[in-house]
Design a binder for this molecule. Sequence first.
Ligand code: NAG
Ligand code: NAG
Ligand code: NAG
Ligand code: NAG
Length: 454
Amino acid sequence: MSRILAVATLALLSASSVLAQQAGKSSECGEGKSCPSSKPCCSQYGQCGVGAFCLGGCDPLNSFSLNSCVPAPVCNSGDYKFDNLDGIQSNTEYLGDASKANWVSSGQPEQFEDNVLLTLSETGKSSFGTLLASTSYVWYGKISARMKSSRGKGVVTAFILMSDVKDEIDFEFVGTDLQTAQSNFYFQGIPDYDNGKNLTVKSSTFDDYHTYVIDWTPTQLTWSVDNTVLRTLKRSETWNTTTNQYHYPQTPARVQLSLWPAGNPKNGQGTIAWAGGLVDWNAPDVAKFGYYYSMISDINVDCYPTPDGANKTGDKAYIYTAKSGMNNSVAITDDDTVLKSLLGTGTNMDADYPKAKESDTAESPAATSDVATVPGLTGAGPGTNGHPGNDGSDNTVSETGNSGTSGSGSTSPGVGGFSQGTETQKSEGSLPKERGLQSSMFAALVAVMGLLVL
Ligand SMILES: *[C@@H]1O[C@H](CO)[C@@H](O)[C@H](O)[C@H]1NC(C)=O
Ligand SMILES: *[C@@H]1O[C@H](CO)[C@@H](O)[C@H](O)[C@H]1NC(C)=O
Ligand SMILES: *[C@@H]1O[C@H](CO)[C@@H](O)[C@H](O)[C@H]1NC(C)=O
Ligand SMILES: *[C@@H]1O[C@H](CO)[C@@H](O)[C@H](O)[C@H]1NC(C)=O
């Protein structure tokens, strides 16, 4: 019974975010367009809001002010295994305390043996895919991911570092080419079509585990697969003679793992073509399990020392002190990183709901907020999406009901087994078949939205 209530509450929360986002249509903020003071934080996806919009991914340069975003938790070395989902918290619950969760999820992570599965389904919570983002940021470090990609037309798996000002370092796996890891980087989200490079992987990225490593220092960046360096980028190679700056990733970034439908008909033609075509919802993996999936077994983060010359007055948080978004606009301070509720912002961290009952949880009263509090995934994927041949059309698919609903394995008991690989390989694990719960949640959401519209 309480689960049904919880589901209804989440649906309501989603619906309010959905409505708030749809009102804004495509991007509300970004590229010099800032958010208003009433909803000051510009999310990673270019939407304005409070609460989770001000946490990880909040863009300080396009928010209402430089301090609208909540200070970001500093780098924390660790080996993150996924034999359970305890370290993962949904973005509808996370308030900025990196000591309580290692990863923030949107979409639908699932447990399978010693892996977390990132899922992508036609409808429901993971219809825009699933994203795990680290709660701590990395300001230079060595990040390793032992994982298997997904497969199929239009289905893209990503392991990236993404900073709040959109410096980005990528490994991306297009589901129609299982021998290739595409490497790429961006400086402040500026599309540069010459930065991508294909790296050949010795065996299938889908069938076999490989370890992908991004080794990022202030002066050099390498991409490795299974202990072999396949690409090196030096900061000195990135000098831009127009701006007289190094267009080198240089700001604190979150580690992000995701599976997303680049082959969504609403995306730009260039993106769809890059992804190998439209997603096929009749593909064997979907028929069998109800979703596409990629598997992550282990992420290792080894933080490097604070860069020379950094403006350091503490050791808890990264903040931006200037609009340049360059390395020297980052300071390390003792600022607090935790919001009291999802109504808070960087300049009002203690904002809270009027207390109705002792039993109110952080998220349940969010339904009463008329400002969006939790940004959702969009079909545009986790990155800057500046892929070659992107036609530049508005490719932001607006929310339809997965606006960051709960993650962390709190879903239904399941029927149906999940098995991976060859027929002879017996699978111990069993996974819930998605369809039942998802369609009922979707129906609940549609019903709630109907009510709100009336
Ligand atoms: C990488 O390979 C894909 C095909 O899998 C191709 O479409 C793309 O153009 C290649 N990218 C580069 C930078 O060579
Ligand atoms: C240099 O920077 C400008 C402005 O951001 C950009 O348009 C241009 O593509 C960059 N040039 C190179 C060679 O990357
Ligand atoms: C920022 O980058 C410049 C090179 O553009 C470097 O000389 C300087 O030491 C860096 N500062 C920090 C704090 O990383
Ligand atoms: C150093 O960081 C502090 C915030 O901790 C900021 O007020 C100050 O302006 C920064 N100094 C420089 C030189 O950027």
